[in-house]
Design a binder for this molecule. Sequence first.
Ligand code: MG
Length: 374
Amino acid sequence: MSRIQNAIVYLVDLPIVRPHQLSMHTITTQTVVFIKLTDEEGESGWGEAATIGGASYEEMTPEAIKINLEQYFVPHLLRQDPSSYGKLMETLHTRIKGNRFAKGAVESALLDLYGKQVGLPVYQLLGGKRQNTLQTAWTLASGDTSKDIEEAQEFLYQKRHNIFKLKIGSGNPMENVYHVLDIKKALGDNVRITVDVNQAWDEQIANECLPFLQDGGVAMVEQPLPDWNEEGMKRLTQKFSLSIMADESARSIQDIFRIAKNHSADSISLKVPKHGGLMETKKAAAIAESAGLQLYGGTMIDTTLGTAAAAHIYATMPTFAFDTELFGPLLYQEQISFNTIKYENFQFRIPEGPGLGIEIDENKIIHYSRKIHL
Ligand SMILES: [Mg+2]
């Protein structure tokens, strides 16, 4: 098997189509780290790590991910055989603490490269596809009620999405609740509405707001309390019938085991970078499933590449109770790949072809690469 001969890491700032407002940050440009591994035959595998708002979502910043990949990961990868991706990831987990986003990017690149070498899609390397398509939510995050309703109605008409998530962590909590209820009322019963607080409430605010969201037909609330407040999350889970979802508090598989053991959430948002790769994501899902927790296929606002990586692993699992939110490519002004992911009939197809099935436009990545040296 052809060994890894070269590795390049890019730090890329990509413009998005409209401001994306979260509790801790408003995204106008999404920063993504890409790693390209090339073998002796000239075949390449790609992986990405997208984070949200520098250090505001995750301790690892994109700048740190780039440097850590170059300094600490690449030496373990050069001259190695990508077919031993499991063993290589074990070495990285042993030698490098934390750094889950960087590990996720490396594992995607290894699987993409090995899949291309053997002519198989990545899902085939990880248990085989159980689903051909995935349903995906859209996030309404303009901050304006009538704009959000208009946007949702347009996507319903286009048959692009019928699940909508609202980011309600910034601003006045009760005003945000009314904003959500107005949208739910305008869109009717054929859509699923979920909300994401991104850790912004305390338990008292949650107790004030959740009854209104529950009575208004909101299906799920993501991370209402800070990631450290597991006891509070447990109390909300016991008290309310709408699904309380852990996202920021459910990073490592050990976090998910603890949440499952204590039943301190009803549901878990999975994300490949957050768990540290596709194989860790599958383990995370298995732990949650074993405790009867519901699953959601989350996104870090990934490009076509990261979205494909998530889609390949999600496709090997049972259907998720809350489907997915793999809308990342739709938020970018331009794609970093020649082929794209097509959203139609409220679904998108798992990318086919060897590896992750994404043909990277490297010139586009170079064009948007940050020009300053760190
Ligand atoms: Mg979330």
